[in-house]
Write a protein that binds this ligand. Sequence first.
Ligand SMILES: NC(=O)C1=CN([C@@H]2O[C@H](COP(=O)(O)OP(=O)(O)OC[C@H]3O[C@@H](n4cnc5c(N)ncnc54)[C@H](OP(=O)(O)O)[C@@H]3O)[C@@H](O)[C@H]2O)C=CC1
Ligand SMILES: CC(C)CCC[C@@H](C)[C@H]1CC[C@H]2C3=C(CC[C@]12C)[C@@]1(C)CCC(=O)C[C@@H]1CC3
Length: 363
Amino acid sequence: MNLVVLVTGANSGIGLALCERLLSQGTRGLQLCLACRNMRRAEAARSVLLTSHPTAQVALLHLDTSSISSVVRAAQEVRLRYDRLDYLYLNAGIMPNPQFDVTAFFKGLFSSKIIPMLATGVGILTQKDGVTSDGLQEVFATNLFGHFLLIRELEPLLCHAGQTSQLIWTSSSNAHRSAFNLEDIQHQRGSQPYSSSKYASDLLSLALNTHYNKQGLYSSVTCPGFVMTSLTYNILPSFPAFVWTLLMPVFWLIRLVTNTFTLTPQNGSEALFWLFKQKPESLDPYAKYHSLTSGLGNNYTQPRKMDIDLETSESLYETLLQLESEVRKNFHGTSESERASQRGGRGISRGMDHLRVNTERFQ
Ligand SMILES: NC(=O)C1=CN([C@@H]2O[C@H](COP(=O)(O)OP(=O)(O)OC[C@H]3O[C@@H](n4cnc5c(N)ncnc54)[C@H](OP(=O)(O)O)[C@@H]3O)[C@@H](O)[C@H]2O)C=CC1
Ligand SMILES: CC(C)CCC[C@@H](C)[C@H]1CC[C@H]2C3=C(CC[C@]12C)[C@@]1(C)CCC(=O)C[C@@H]1CC3
């Protein structure tokens, strides 16, 4: 059987580590597709993978999840290239302009909330969000909506009679109900867009199971733990690399009390890889599958109930469908010459100006 696996944000961190593990376990005929926004980095990732697995089938796909036109074009390309899609890893993610609250961190260290604070980062992190050329909030567009649109565009490959397909989200322990608001799903008015987008992915996964299980499509949510990647290095950009290295023994000690300090991308990809080997029908739609690493360095996967409910997940799903239909109307309303100039990388914001206006009421 030729399994097709597509991973978004596959050129670094957890996504790349997952690809390495998928190839290492030696599934015959596995076709891996790295969907990345930066083709130079994607090429470099493919070289790394092919160095250790010279006969592997590793394809590249240009995909910028924050851009509607890029998602639509990438999905078109996938439909041309493949006649099935068995696993879709929705892994690409950003946490732009993170602000680390040092005072809250030190207060937390000497309070009873120390363990949850170290495990989730809740209460010590905020971000400054931007707006995409489509007029959407950047974190929402990148982490959630681009992926939602991708799933909808790939429906013909994902919903096949007689076979199951899996959607696997890289969510986070930072996902928190208090950061999410159904009236402001893009988190335009708050300072925790990352937490909001990850909580929204937890809700959306539940809704996707409700609507697509009958068609053989299953969705699950993972949490990689705290992993040292470019995303986390960016939280304390003033720390040179050697400071992080010096802190490693401290982190290993913390791991003795919270197994969420997975630290390496390989450890962090544990749950994503574990799900690859599971029968999707046996998975719990209300569970988040956590990558955990014990004090002795052993990796394992543990399901934990999410703080989500069916009603909110349905409301979010309906709102996303409305936004999708608005976005499609505007995208198809764009003239061919405008789309051609978008393809050339110019005039995206001009071509999508009317969309920005129309999406305003969804923000
Ligand atoms: N590190 C951690 O502790 C945790 C991470 N996560 C999640 O894990 C996922 C992977 O992050 P991680 O490996 O840590 O960090 P990395 O920054 O190493 O990986 C993020 C990947 O997403 C890609 N990406 C970002 N924006 C886009 C976009 N618009 N279109 C396509 N690809 C994009 C990046 O590409 P590029 O190289 O071009 O920037 C990169 O390949 C994210 O969803 C993150 O939120 C969750 C919990 C904890
Ligand atoms: C000695 C200190 C300077 C150590 C600082 C540690 C913090 C920077 C980290 C402790 C818990 C971490 C954490 C995340 C980021 C970095 C910490 C706050 C995340 C929020 C990163 C993104 C996620 O999705 C979840 C992570 C949870 C834990």
